[in-house]
Ligand binder design. Structure first.
Ligand SMILES: C[S@@+](CC[C@H](N)C(=O)[O-])C[C@H]1O[C@@H](n2cnc3c(N)ncnc32)[C@H](O)[C@@H]1O
Length: 283
């Protein structure tokens, strides 16, 4: 085991310790279950967590993509196991996040109505202090083919800190003066508000392959610049195509641990990290 970012006394034996699938001085990627790897991280170690857990919405529905009817199924990882089992899983990983966050550390959780209320309830149950619920508005969202509800056009991002009394990082001035991507709702030199208008990732963000729920680089740029500083250690327990780690590398001077259960998405992340110069121009 050579991981330098998870320096831990919690490991029981070297044999049991998974090797990182990718490792540099700043980045460690693990192809494993997030509960297994988080269990190796000591208490109070992480500065910021960005978590984009399964939405539990891949249960046979339909959606629209480029004008065509497509299945909403994202993969086996996104199937609901029933309310109680989904809730139990969310409680396990959010509890682990609480243990490994520094007292002043913060967690972002992203989701749709299928999962975000469960996660929000658990944040409150586990004594996090919610700082914001951001509405990420997608101006290019797909239409609702069934025409039976409003078109789903946003995701919610909950931002919470571990300890209400500790001083968390919020780079207020940077958020006030910066734009970070094409957001027609952000007025120059006005306070950043809690509704963010950011398009879903453009095809040129997927030149190395794609993940079905890949987040835009500009969304993660805003998140990382607002709530981390140079030297911060960032964890993404549901790494997917690696957007968080890619942005951490582009911004620089941050350390990143990503955990992803599917090997194909670890491979995609490694490709993106190895071609960072092709992606950094997109911010
Ligand atoms: C919503 S996606 C994350 C997308 C990511 N934010 C991006 O920009 O590409 C969730 C990811 O979590 C992974 N996953 C699901 N359960 C997991 C678990 N127990 N441990 C680690 N990864 C898991 C899935 O394979 C999927 O790639």
């Amino acid at each position: 085991m050579t991981a330098n970012l998870i320096d831990t006394g919690r490991r029981l034996s070297e044999e049991k310790s998974p090797e990182p699938a990718y490792e540099t001085a700043e980045t460690s990627l693990y192809n494993a279950d997030c509960l297994e790897i988080m269990n190796m991280i000591p208490d109070n170690r992480i500065d910021m967590i960005f978590a984009d857990p399964p939405y539990n919405l891949s249960n046979g529905g339909i959606s629209c993509q480029a004008g065509k009817m497509v299945s909403v199924n994202k993969g086996k990882w996104d199937r609901s196991e029933g309310f109680d089992n989904d809730m139990e899983f969310h409680e396990k990983w959010i509890s682990e996040c609480r243990r490994i966050l520094k007292p002043e550390g913060t967690i972002w959780i992203s989701g749709t109505n299928h999962s975000i209320y469960q996660c929000g309830f658990l944040l409150q149950k586990l004594r996090f202090h919610i700082l914001n619920d951001i509405a990420w508005f997608k101006p290019n969202a797909a239409p609702n083919l069934a025409c039976t509800t409003f078109a789903h056009s946003h995701e919610t991002l909950l931002w919470a800190r571990k300890d209400k009394k500790a001083r968390h990082i919020f780079n207020y001035e940077k958020m006030k003066t910066g734009a970070f991507g094409e957001d027609k709702m952000k007025m120059p030199d006005k306070q950043m508000r809690s509704v963010w208008s950011i398009p879903t990732p453009a095809p040129n963000e997927k030149i190395f392959g794609k993940h079905p729920t890949q987040k835009p680089l500009s969304l993660l740029t805003r998140i990382l610049l607002s709530s981390t500083n140079e030297g911060s250690l960032i964890l993404d327990p549901f790494n997917g195509g690696g957007t968080t780690g890619v942005v951490a590398k582009i911004i620089g001077k941050r350390k990143f641990i990503g955990i992803e259960i599917e090997k194909e998405y670890i491979d995609l992340t490694i490709k993106r990290l190895n071609h960072i110069n092709d992606l950094s121009g997109m911010l």
